[in-house]
Design a protein. Sequence first.
Length: 277
Amino acid sequence: MVQSVRRQYRAYAGFVTTPQFFDDSPTQFVTVAPPGIGIIQRVNHIDAYEFTLDDRARNFGVLEESAICLGRSHCQVIGQVGTNWVHCTGTSPCEIERICADISAKAGAEFVMAGQAIVEGLREIGAETITIANGYFRPDWSAGINGYLEEAGFRVMWAGNIIDQGFVADHDEMLRLEDETVWDYPDHMMFAAAVDAHVRAPQADAIVQTGAGMRMVRVLDMVEGQTGTGRSTGACSSTWDCRLPPATGTFCRRSDDRGAHHRGDRRPRPVHRLRAV
């Protein structure tokens, strides 16, 4: 007689991530996911990838291919990392919703795109006006995602990257910092960038951080404490938008007060936490 064996994982999540970049989104997800979540990652295979919007537009179909592979590997939710993929082909938020639904159907698992996760998170908390810290984003990346958020119905009160904010002198210094850290920007810089965006537009309903260099999960509490808003969104939306089936006994959704459980006995706080690199 075969005895039942306790499964190692209660649920399975997958990540579609950027090539030629040490994307630690799965590592960040582990730190906030409920115990017993299995995670795998598929790095998009794109030769000679240069991080341009044209690169992404030409290879947009790779997202579906990667998602289907993860779905066949038993993933129940699939998070796509890289905010600018939602607008690189000129797609609107409504079009991206349809694309995500189509890929979800083909993969057999919910497919969450980072840029659209920001939109969904902002809608959930009722934000209408936003201030945007674009982090390390290049001008065309910033213009693209900022325009996408405006098309989704949000009014941008202020937006700028770390050069605009004075945290690095120019593009060359930013490139040197990326080379030295493998894009792993310091906690203190990303914290300061989010707080500065709030200072520049304190009347905004929410802070959106787009390019965060793998940092915002660790500094969100500090940002919310410093700004007093409790509506700090940014490079964390897709983490909270990765919902696992209730049957697994786990539930990761967009905001703490809708069931985003934490490790140990820590109880959810009424603070909205969101993610998208």
